[in-house]
Design a protein around this ligand. Structure first.
Ligand code: ADP
Length: 264
């Protein structure tokens, strides 16, 4: 049996006195492509931060690639794309090429020098994202969408085996958004990278991902889209309309309000 990329067992987390996550258990396997969805404030970002080792203490057990998170050291296997470009200080005195190269540093021992193949890898990724011409431009001079692309490049340059992406597409124009999802698809299908995408875009996420993890402080649903869309329990929980928004069954549903049939 291959080792799971991630296992979460009976995880609970609270900020001060309020419970944000309770009794969360699930696992992610190599090649999974998961949409993490749930209402605003349902704990999605908190769950991601706990998985990335950024929030402690929590109750429960988390393993990454078979190791307890407390002992896990191969963070270079994990790529993270944050939601906000604010994570990057606009006055940060680095060029596009340098920021992308930083994505390679985590797997290096000291001294952290770039070799020729590292530099070639940076060029390859910049090319993939149409950013080669911007390689020597300071990141502070880029538009929001371009900065977002730099973050995408930095998250994938390391060839991660597990990629966590926090709603990346708001700042991307439609063409780049499609390109972004193509790249995710290729990483997932060809390299079997496990991907979790945190999103509000429940109406579209089923086009890209194969599983749905629906969190609202606890796990409401975890499984395939097929199961989500055919589950009676889910229909009872969400009501038909909400289920249909995710499943794109609008046209088969006579109760669906006119003009709200998605783009299918
Ligand atoms: P989501 O990503 O699903 O919108 P979050 O994980 O950001 O949800 O937030 C879950 C809940 O935790 C919300 O009620 C939010 O207000 C609260 N919360 C988030 N961050 C903090 C914090 N640093 N301190 C206290 N409460 C927080």
């Amino acid at each position: 049996m291959p080792i799971d990329v991630l296992t979460v067992e009976d995880l609970s987390f609270r900020y001060n006195s309020s419970d944000v996550l309770s009794g969360i258990s699930f696992s992610i396997k190599k090649g999974d492509y998961i949409g993490l969805v749930g209402p605003n404030g349902s704990g999605k970002t908190t769950l991601v931060k706990v998985i990335l080792g950024l929030l402690k203490p929590y109750i429960g057990r988390i393993t990454l690639f078979g190791d307890d998170i407390a002992a896990f050291s191969r963070w270079d296997k994990i790529g993270y794309l944050p939601q906000h470009i604010a994570a990057m200080n606009p006055r940060f005195p680095a060029t596009v090429g340098e920021v992308v190269a930083m994505g390679l540093l985590s797997k290096k021992q000291f001294p952290k020098h770039m070799n020729r193949s590292d530099l070639a890898e940076v060029d390859r990724i910049l090319d993939l994202l149409d950013m080669k011409k911007l390689k020597n431009t300071p990141v502070g001079e880029l538009s929001g969408g371009q900065q977002q692309r730099v973050l995408v490049a930095r998250a994938i340059v390391n060839n991660p085996e597990f990629l966590i992406v926090d709603e990346p597409t708001d700042a991307l124009d439609p063409e780049m958004r499609d390109r972004f999802f193509d790249i995710m698809q290729t990483l997932n299908k060809e390299k079997k990278v496990a991907i979790v995408i945190v999103t509000h875009d429940t109406g579209n996420i089923g086009r890209y991902t194969s599983k749905l993890l629906y969190v609202d402080k606890k796990i409401v649903f975890y499984g395939s889209f097929e199961d989500f869309c055919t589950s009676r329990e889910i229909t009872q929980f969400f009501g038909e309309f909400a289920q249909h928004v995710i499943c794109h069954r609008h046209n088969q549903n006579p109760n669906c309000p006119p003009g709200d049939h998605g783009t299918d």
